[in-house]
Structures are given as C-alpha cells and as structure tokens.
Design a protein around this ligand. Structure first.
Ligand code: AHR
Length: 347
C-alpha cells in the first residue's frame, strides 16, 4: 500500500502525484471495509512531484485543512479537491487532521506558514475549531470554508462558506421516514455524528423539528458514533441489548454509521428493512447497495465533489470579483424508487 504522511504538497501538473494519492485513498477504502482511516504518517511534509516542478512560476498556492479521511464521503471530497487543483495548475498544500480537532488547529498553523494565498478549511467542530480563523487573520490569509460551519462571521472572519444544508438533510430524512412508515407510532433510535460538529448539530435539529410535530413518534435513544462505521456497529449492539430491540427505525447522521447499524441488527437476528427501517445521509455506494438489497430505506444525498466549485470561487475572488457569503450545494434523496439509477454516481 502507498503510504504518505500528514502533510502533502501537490505541485501543478503533478498528475502522477494525484494518481498516487487517489490510489492510496481508494486503496484504504478497499483494504479496510469496516473503517477507512488514513495511516498516520511521519509529521514531516513529504514532497510529491518532480524536482523540475519545484521552480514553477506564479501559480496560486492554496492550503487545505481536511477533517479526516475515515469514510468514503471524506475520501471523495479530498480526491475532488486534489484533482481539481492539479487540473487548474494550482499548488495545493494539504493536511489531514485524522479526526482530531487539536491536530487540525496545528495543521492550520502549519499551512499558514507555507506562504499560501488562500486557506480552504473544513472545520471539525463548530466552536473548538474557531481559533483557526484567528490564526488565519493574524497571518493575513483569506479563508474559504467548505462543508462544516465554524463560529465566526462571513466577510469578517472568513470570506465565504460553500456547503450543503445540514438542517435540511435532517429534515428530509425525517420526512421520508414519516411519509413511508409513519402510519403506526415509531420509536426511533438516532446515531449522531461527531459531537460539536455543525453537521451533527444541524442534522439532529432538522430531524427533530419534523418528528416533534408528531407526538405519536418519539426519538427514544440518541447516541454518538463519530461518523464511523465500526463505532456505530458497537454502539448499536449496546442499544439492541439495553432496549431488547424495542424500536422501529434508526436515523444515522451518515451512511457509514447506517451500514454499521444494519450489521449490528443482522448480527442480532433483526432484519433491517423489515423489522427496523434504517435511514442515512450521504448517498454512499454501500448505502445505495443496501437500499437496493432492501436493508436500508433511504439516504439523503450530500455531494462530496467540492473541487470544481471551490476553485471556481477562489479564482473569482482572486480576479477581484465579489462572491456571496454562502454558496449552497443542493441535495436530494435516494430510496428504492431511484437507487438503481443513482448507483453509478455513488462514491
Ligand atoms: O460534514 C459532512 C459529513 O462529514 C459527512 O456526511 C460525513 O460522512 C463526514 O464525515
């Protein structure tokens, strides 16, 4: 397996380097079906790219601080940004926080010291990740937020945020559940994402805002599994034991956790899709396959392909154009009615 360290610099035109990175990321996805976590490498930044490229001219140099690469959604997002930077001749300095907020803050300091023109920041947590914005302000580097939100003001602490609507995603999951299985009262288990992340906070809020309108339906258990499949399976096994399996549906804040749930249910002799309805978020390939197999009810699509839109925005800003403070990436729902046609777009 190709291994690489915490920090990776991708110089323009280094298609080979991108290919190696993409293979490493995809290889991880293939090698560890339960949980795809990048190997923790050396803390020094290995260079990727040929020596001739060292001296390349005046291309933009951009930093990217990623939360982790622990699931297919994250891996697809990382590859999209790396490939798009390469295609546009933009030098990308990339750091993977490996699912740790403290490391992400250190990563941001490292990236800001690399003479970058812009920082692309996907903050792990809403409040605890906020110091990164201060670091960037002190360094005079403009920040483009992607995906998750962080405490701060658009136009003051960062330039713009490009993201999906997490609250809407939670709402869509609840609406699907009620529309398709809401005739009888539902006892619902919720498996939440990383505590303190805006994705988990807003998805929970959106889901509850719909369920709360129906007194006959209740969220009877809520537990976190950090957006991770193996952790979700472990948490679900515990919930099955403590409730004797007395629940009708599970809402998981992402598909990796939804798949962990289906595994735990099957291991306990409970048939997902028949005895318990499972709904997830992301639109990942394994979830779409589970929908086709009748083991999951639905997933809400969250487009991970941030590369084109993010670098469009950066190039517009760099050309002196004004951009909106918030740029929405639209989502949708996959269920049995469209799973077959969506499988080829899934990641
Ligand atoms: O912030 C977006 C969420 O983060 C994705 O839904 C999840 O899979 C990822 O880890």
């Amino acid at each position: 397996m190709v291994r690489f360290g915490d920090y990776v610099r991708v110089r323009r035109g280094s298609t080979l380097a991108i290919g190696i990175l993409a293979l490493a990321l995809l290889g991880l996805a293939a090698c560890t079906p339960d949980e795809t976590r990048l190997p923790a490498g050396e803390s020094k930044a290995p260079s990727v790219g040929s020596p001739e490229e060292e001296t390349s001219g005046t291309a933009l140099r951009v930093g990217f601080s990623q939360v982790e690469n622990a699931n297919p959604w994250r891996i697809a997002q990382t590859i999209s940004l790396l490939e798009e930077a390469d295609a546009r001749g933009i030098e990308l300095v990339y750091a993977d926080a490996e699912g740790r907020t403290d490391k992400q803050l250190e990563d941001v300091k490292y990236l800001l010291a690399q003479d970058i023109d812009y920082l692309i920041f996907d903050p792990r947590e809403y409040i605890e990740s906020a110091p990164a914005l201060e670091f960037a302000k002190e360094a005079g580097v403009p920040v483009i937020l992607i995906d998750r939100a962080v405490l701060g003001e658009a136009g003051v602490d960062y330039l713009t945020r490009i993201a999906t609507d997490f609250t809407m995603e939670g709402r869509r999951a609840a609406e699907w559940l009620i529309e398709h299985h809401g005739d009888a009262p539902l006892q619902i288990v919720e498996i939440t994402g990383t505590p303190g992340s805006s994705a988990a906070i807003d998805r929970q809020q959106g889901f509850r805002s719909v369920i709360d309108q129906y007194p006959e339906h209740t969220v009877s258990v809520s537990a976190t599994a950090d957006f991770l499949r193996a952790e979700s399976q472990r948490v679900m096994e515990h919930i099955i034991q403590s409730t004797s399996g007395q629940f009708d549906a599970v809402f998981a804040h992402n598909d990796e956790m939804a798949i962990g749930v289906t595994q735990a249910l099957k291991n306990a002799g409970i048939q997902p899709g028949h005895d318990v309805i499972v709904v997830g978020i992301d639109g990942a390939r394994d979830a779409v396959k589970a929908i086709i197999a009748g083991e999951m009810g639905a997933t809400v699509i969250v487009n991970p392909y941030y590369g084109p839109v993010t670098f469009d925005v950066i190039e517009r800003i760099d050309a002196g154009e004004e951009v909106p403070e918030f740029i929405l990436i639209e989502d949708g729902v996959i269920d049995a009615t469209n799973a077959q046609e969506m499988i080829n777009q899934a990641f």
